[in-house]
Design a protein around this ligand. Sequence first.
Ligand code: UD1
Ligand code: CA
Length: 460
Amino acid sequence: MNAIKSDSDAVGVILAAGRGSRMRSRLPKPLHRAAGKPLISYPVELLAQCGIEDIVVVVSPENGEAISAVLGSGITCAVQPTPGGTAQAVACALATLPIAPSQVVVLAGDTPLVRPQSLRNLMSDHAGCSSRRMTILSAADAFASDLGHIKRVGAAGASGRVIAIEEASERQDDAIGPAEVNTGVYCFDGPWLADMVDRVRPARSGERYLTALAAMEDGAVSALPIAWADEAMGVNDRLQLSAVETVLRDRINCHWMTEGVTIVDPSTTYIDADVAIGLDTVVLPNTMLTGRTTIGEECEVGPNSVVSDTVVGDRCRIVASTLEEARVDSDVSIGPYCHLRPAAVIEAGVHLGNYVEVKNTRVGSGTAAGHFCYLGDADIGDGVNIGAGTITCNYDGVDKHQTVIGRSAFIGSDTMLIAPVTVGEGAATGAGAVVTRDVPEGRRAVGVPARLLPQQSGSE
Ligand code: UD1
Ligand code: CA
């Protein structure tokens, strides 16, 4: 495992203890979602992608519990008792470590667009100079009035020496032109950081800014500018949240198109960060693929479909339907206007036509339910025909009950199956039957309540 570490003694620190007041939300800012994932997950995954396994997330007493629930085990949380600024937050993180690590990478919890390659470049630039104490990932020519500006002297552009980071709150002029901005991603010499971070004086706001360190040591501070300014975008308010979301969605769509997926209208296609899609699948307009959804190869999804946390096989067609926490095997056609709810398992070759709702039900391979019906808490065998208007009456007002339909059964139109009830293999129900008792294998039941017809001659 340690072999992939770019520095065996690098620790990642993620700052997430700020008030987040500009969001105007009851939900802590790090838990707001972009492309379906909490903001805090982005820096955590970024560090992991860059080989940093030791991670400390700085949280507040208010948001700590909710954040650590999202992070899961293996990540340390350090509590910053009051939001006294980013320098104080880093000090809280370092206080949890037994010794200062050789390298500390600091990221903000609200900057989800930084690419792994940029962080890798930053780390190797930092490691390449032994006298370096602090290396800042900056973005050149950015228009971002709420970010810190990198101040240099001497040579023009990126060759000038970094002498300070000027915070938006401290700027005299209301600079509107392009500037080199601080992305909030840094690489530090660990022992130097541990020593200096406590010496940062409070700014006018009373907070101790991590960025003040840039002015505290001549020549040992450098900034590495990256070309894409979108990586510097942070989320301080909901306008920026939606701007970040747009960039993420665009990146995700581009990724899948590069991987061999046709997206007919990227501007109305919403694919979450953790979705996977197979080769030659076509995604039609107004479609959302969310959560941990996986779509197989050569499918056609949409128009107007929502697929959430669902696994879909190959060569499926999903038209104008909503699928949630379901499983759909290969060669299935669904819709228009179907609703698959949690624990719907649709086996290979099934056809679900207009207005079919399925919940907690296995639909066996080759079965067809072509027209409006409700199939809940049922186990339906292979090759069954479900007539229009069939309902599994699974709820008696107190409890839910199961319906079992054997393979090759024929359920007549408008059959009410009063659960618990079993329709045997090869059995049939007549149109409008209200089935209150089990129908044995191969038998036919008709009427209200349904009665068994005499066995046909030749059958058992
Ligand atoms: C900060 C930088 C700014 C940079 C920008 C990049 C400082 C002083 N300024 O500004 O130069 O351009 O990020 O996005 O660092 N936090 C804590 N504890 C605190 C205060 C903040 O953990 O006491 C956390 C926040 O939750 C947030 C991060 O630190 O995740 C940055 O804080 P924020 O208030 O958003 O700083 P910016 O104004 O965006
Ligand atoms: Ca911020």
